[in-house]
Ligand binder design. Structure first.
Ligand SMILES: [Zn+2]
Length: 383
């Protein structure tokens, strides 16, 4: 019923009864419970064909909010969304993930109440759920990071319990590219049920949406494409192997190549700056990196057959140059059947993709039939 109401397919009790085939009394009982528990509002202003106007139902967006937290290697972005997924407020602060979970999550703990107070200038809101994206592998069922290479001190840290104890709500934790993939698919490419989201920044990762759902794999490491070998390349990689995609084509690798020819480049942002300044060496480096990414991607396209590949991350700021190389390699190498309708596009959501995607993850959990049933079974009154 909640899905029918939120999608606008059925927004009156009569329409819900028609769509579900349930008895009017059953529908009314359930709708009353959804209203009492703060999921739904009912107004009286619906247009009518005569007689008493049918009252229209809508998701209750006021009074409560969902948090979407995007933790990067060197930043933390905390967003607040209403249950329709509208971003109400967002705040970004520089932060070092290597400082460990207490320092980073403590910052989120302090930021959230401030955002809840000022979210959209109206009354303060209560928190309903929290979604968190982190730059490392996560065991999704427990929300615990697993051996995350750039997150010392986070291995098996109980992130959901940290938030559960402080805010009394459920927190869902996922890999950052997964939540970014979710944001792009739900918000910008909703017609593409099979989508790959490629994040090209300091490292390279891939989020997979299969048939509308995030595909995490058996251990949650699906999409970890940074260590697939590129052709005959032999650049040493921090993982101990050589020729890995990340060692060849990530932002850090591009910056190192530019340093070798005497340019000043420490990381991804310097590469972006040099390309924007029109530096020919930088343009060539980005395009070459695009071709290496495209070489690996062509295999993924043949294997997975996505409708859309979205390229995000810091290097998507120079997507003209990057995607030229990617497209060249993918369309040159992939099976025509797989590339006939394939689109390769830059990110449309941009810098808030992580926070919005983490929020959507939490919203979809909070509004899932199992969770709504659980909420309605409790004695709690309106949220
Ligand atoms: Zn490697």
């Amino acid at each position: 019923m909640l899905a029918l109401i939120s999608s606008g397919v059925a927004v009156t009790r009569a329409e819900i009864a028609r769509h579900t085939g349930l008895a009017r009394s059953t529908v009314s009982h359930r709708v009353d419970a959804l209203i009492a528990h703060g999921f739904v509002d009912e107004d009286t202003e619906a247009p009518s064909t005569g007689g008493r106007p049918p009252r229209r139902l809508s998701l209750r967006t006021h009074g409560h909010a969902i948090a979407g937290v995007d933790i990067g290697a060197s930043h933390c972005r905390v967003g607040l969304l209403d249950v329709k997924g509208t971003l109400l407020a967002v705040r970004e602060d520089p932060l070092t993930i290597a400082d460990g979970p207490e320092a980073v999550l403590g910052h989120v703990e302090r930021t959230l109440p401030r955002l809840l107070k000022v979210a959209d200038g109206t009354a303060p809101r209560t928190l309903r759920a929290i979604g968190v994206g982190v730059p490392g592998p996560v065991e999704f069922s427990t929300g615990r990071p697993v051996d995350p290479p750039i997150m010392p001190g986070w291995h098996h840290y109980p992130v959901p319990e940290f938030f559960g104890e402080r805010f009394g709500v459920r927190a869902l934790v996922d890999n950052d590219v997964n939540v970014m993939a979710l944001a792009e698919q739900r918000r910008a490419f909703s017609d593409a049920l099979h989508l790959l989201y490629l994040k090209v920044g300091t490292g390279i990762g891939c989020g997979i949406v299969a048939d509308g759902h995030i595909h995490r794999g058996a251990q949650g490491s699906a999409g970890d494409i940074g260590h697939i070998r590129v052709g005959e390349r032999d650049e040493p990689c921090h993982c101990g192997n050589s020729g890995c995609l990340e060692a060849v084509a990530a932002g850090a690798a591009m910056a190192a190549r530019l340093r070798d020819v005497g340019l000043e480049a420490i990381g991804s942002l310097d590469v972006v700056r040099l390309v924007r300044e029109g530096n020919r060496e930088a343009v060539r480096t980005v395009r070459e990196a695009g071709r290496a990414i495209g070489e690996v991607l062509s295999g993924l396209v043949n294997f997975f057959n996505p409708e859309t590949v979205v390229v995000g991350g810091a290097l998507s700021a120079v997507h003209d140059q990057l995607l030229a190389g990617v497209r060249e390699a993918v369309y040159g190498r992939s099976n025509p059947l797989a590339t006939n309708v394939l689109r390769i596009e830059p990110s449309r959501i941009g810098e808030n993709a992580g926070a919005i995607g983490a929020g959507i993850l939490a919203i979809e959990h909070a509004l899932s039939p199992a969770q709504v049933d659980r909420a309605l079974a409790t004695d709690a009154t309106a949220v």
